[in-house]
Design a protein around this ligand. Structure first.
Ligand SMILES: *Cc1c(COP(=O)(O)O)cnc(C)c1O
Length: 465
């Protein structure tokens, strides 16, 4: 264990962490009592912590380490670029080779006429760019009153004030005066939680038509764009009914609004296609990318922009940009990541092998008495925990109480599986092989068994109402 003991003892690291490090989406006082798990290294699909435990990472970090950990080629690409040109900006009539090469590569990979990219350091920044892009587009088209962006409840588009306003997370809006003006939210296509007595297909149509109704209510002359994730990720891997996207596409085609598809999770192979846009046959005007673009090895994101929108935006100065837009090291890492994805045919691996095998195992978990439904697209999957398989009702306890108990069992069983409320979600590295998926299944099943027993023991195995 020598290679992982080249640091302070775990308890000392945890104490320093608690003293100085404010964690994202965390009650730091509570974390300080438990101590954060210290991850020291990783290889393939496995993390190692400061105690030497080997943990299967079924979340690919935060939905991003698509090609797995420990790829020397990416480290070498970063080192080469740092030595040659560690930084230069792309403002003021300058450019550099990594940004040029990556933009060219992305234009070739992206569907339709999404031939232009505005770089950012991540998904939140890119979605902030999108707010400005769509509003600027309509200003330049002589329709400055078209400023409203329609999004969805329980959507996740990032955490900056702009992108969190696009998102539909009530807990986030409650902290810091969001949403900002002229962003409105319609219902999400979550049939399991909200579909009531309707069939999934009817419910999907109904939720899609909320977009049409909202455009009519506001007036088409006020609406700039609709933004959505092909499959909601952080909202709980909510896979829409099959009827949903075709109906949304019909509405977008009939109305003079822009479609922004947030592919931060679904992009770069997650669905078994290069983009979720292809999986669902969408025609976006703008597409948000980040996460899998570099497999998380360097922070980079961007907005892919159609010919139609880019031409209008480019007519005058767009007063927008980030110091690290197109950062050369991040761009070089992303390029190498995409090269490996193509060389190793990772998207085909998801579509033809890993995805179908994970689906088979995942649906087997659906037989568990604790599981109400299982959903999966490519390599992103969720299951709903339930106290009563026949009822499709939430637990009596506050949402997330039961989910957290199951996540704790996963943690103890060296499986990173996340909970969103009382749904469990996975989004593993795309390079997982069958043996890794078998291990994922075994640990998930054991965690469900133990979680079920613990929830029963605590008297929480009760449905609401
Ligand atoms: C993670 C995520 C974002 C935000 O990206 P960051 O890099 O964390 O800023 C935006 N949209 C979606 C769909 C995401 O999953």
């Amino acid at each position: 264990m020598n290679e992982i003991t080249n640091h302070l003892p775990t308890a000392e690291l945890q104490a320093l962490d608690a003293a100085h490090h404010m964690h994202p989406f965390t009650a730091n006082a509570d974390l300080a009592k438990h101590g954060a798990r210290v991850i020291t290294r990783a290889d393939g699909v496995t993390l190692t912590d400061s105690e030497g435990e080997q943990i299967l990472d079924a979340m690919a970090g935060l939905w991003c380490v698509n090609i797995g950990y420990g790829r020397d080629e990416l480290a070498e690409a970063a080192a080469r670029q740092m030595k040659e040109l560690p930084y230069y900006n792309t403002f003021f009539m300058s450019t550099h080779v990594p940004a040029i090469a990556l933009a060219d590569k992305l234009a070739a990979l992206a569907p339709g006429d999404l031939n232009h990219v505005f770089f950012a350091s991540g998904g939140s920044e890119a979605n902030d760019t999108n707010i400005r892009l769509v509003r600027r587009y309509w200003d330049l088209m002589g329709k400055p009153q078209k400023h409203v962006i329609i999004s969805r409840k329980n959507a996740y588009h990032g955490t900056s004030v702009g992108s969190a306003s696009l998102g539909g997370m009530q807990g986030m809006h409650a902290q810091g005066g969001m949403p900002i003006p002229d962003i409105v939210h319609i219902g999400q296509p979550d049939w399991y939680a909200e579909g009531g007595e309707m069939s999934p297909e009817d419910f999907g149509i109904m939720r899609a038509r909320e977009l049409e109704a909202k455009i009519d209510e506001l007036g088409e002359d006020r609406v700039a764009a609709f933004i959505a994730e092909p499959v909601q990720g952080a909202g709980g891997v909510i896979v829409p009914p099959d009827s949903y996207w075709p109906e949304i596409s019909r509405i977008c085609a009939e109305r003079d609004i822009l479609l922004v598809v947030d592919e931060v999770i679904t992009g770069f192979g997650r669905t078994g296609r290069w983009f979720g846009t292809e999986y669902y046959g969408l025609k976006p005007d703008i597409m948000t990318i980040a996460k899998g673009l570099s497999s998380g090895y360097a922070p980079i994101g961007g907005s892919m922009v159609s010919d139609k929108v880019a031409e209008v935006i480019g007519a005058e100065e767009f007063t927008h940009g980030y110091t690290y837009s197109g950062h050369p090291v991040a761009a070089a890492v992303a390029l190498e990541n995409l090269r490996i994805m193509e060389e190793e045919k990772i998207v085909d691996h998801v579509r033809d092998e890993a995805g179908p095998y994970l689906a088979e195992k995942w649906h087997q978990l659906g037989d568990h008495p604790f599981v109400g439904e299982t959903k999966i697209v490519g390599m992103m999957a969720s299951l709903a925990l339930t106290a009563d398989k026949s009822a499709r009702l939430p637990f009596e306890s506050p949402a997330g109480t039961v989910g957290l108990m199951v996540r704790e069992r996963c943690f103890a069983n060296n499986l990173i599986m996340r909970h969103v409320g009382d749904r469990m979600v996975v989004s593993p590295p795309l390079v997982m092989q069958k043996a890794d998926i078998d291990l994922l299944y075994e640990r998930a099943l054991r965690s469900l068994d133990e979680g079920h027993a613990a929830v029963k023991e605590a008297g929480l195995l009760k449905t609401a109402g």
